[in-house]
Ligand binder design. Structure first.
Ligand SMILES: [Zn+2]
Length: 257
């Protein structure tokens, strides 16, 4: 058992239980597989065209609160009673941010693990974390959140006997995702559309990456699974925006049946 004090008066008690891990379910042609591209400009795009962005909106006020409390703390005399009180307020503000982020990521990872049997993500160590547009705040949020999201997905999947396949990030953005087309399309950060001169495919840049991720996983482990074809995805060429609020309020990015 671990007991942790947050410095803001809140306590956390962690009970550790040994739960036997189920065996990994075999990958068969009936498995539902999804590829997920994590990027700075929109938190996540999956290979079926769902796009979750503006995580910043959910957390922005909480960041602002931290900055405010930090500023106030810097004006207090170090070690004084008021300084101690202010330090508590700052710790509370940090905790609120952490809790909101974790709540969102727990729900999101749970929904993907419940819906799919195999989840393919990029190996974050091989991904260029500076790639992508966005402010420092956006990058900061993204870096934290990606790591937390992928570790939550891995943990929940292993509890369910499901598999997470990590894919090297090399060229997932450049390569054309149309099966049979091996063209590489160089892109600037502001190029939001993948336009292939070889095969004529025009799709959202991040959707193209997510399809490359799922197809790499299929070529690695996908016994009998057929490759995902970009134009068979639900949205054809673009993505469908899923509001962060839907994940928070309904507990899932997927539309209720
Ligand atoms: Zn192509």
């Amino acid at each position: 058992m671990v007991i942790k004090e947050y410095g803001c008066g809140d306590w956390k008690i962690v009970l550790e239980l040994e739960v036997p891990k189920p065996d990994k379910k075999p990958i068969t042609e009936d498995c539902d597989i999804i590829g997920i591209d994590l990027n700075v400009s929109n938190f996540l795009v999956d290979s079926e065209g769902r796009e979750i962005r503006n995580l910043k909106n959910l957390l922005y006020n909480k960041y602002k609160r931290i900055k405010k409390e930090q500023k106030k703390l810097s004006k207090k005399e170090k070690g004084s009673n008021n300084w101690k009180k202010q330090k508590k307020r700052l710790a509370k503000a940090h905790k609120k941010l952490r809790d909101a982020r974790r709540d969102f990521l727990h729900k999101l990872s749970r929904a993907y693990v419940d819906k799919y049997d195999v989840i393919a993500v990029e190996d974050l160590d091989s991904k260029n974390l500076s790639e992508g547009e966005g402010s420092v705040l956006n990058r900061h949020i993204a870096n934290y959140a990606w790591n937390e999201f992928t570790s939550l997905v891995a943990y929940k999947a292993s509890q369910a006997g499901e598999q997470v396949i990590e894919i090297r990030a090399k060229n997932t953005t450049k390569n054309c995702s149309n099966p049979g087309c091996s063209n590489k399309v160089d892109k600037e950060l502001f190029d939001r559309v993948h336009e292939c001169r070889e095969c004529g495919l025009e799709i959202d840049r991040d959707l193209n990456a997510a399809i490359n991720i799922v197809n790499r996983a299929i070529s690695l482990v996908g016994q009998g699974l057929s490759e995902v074809k970009p134009l068979d995805t639900s949205t054809s060429a673009g993505t469908t925006l899923v509001p962060v609020s839907r994940v928070v309020e309904q507990g899932s990015p997927f539309q209720n049946p």
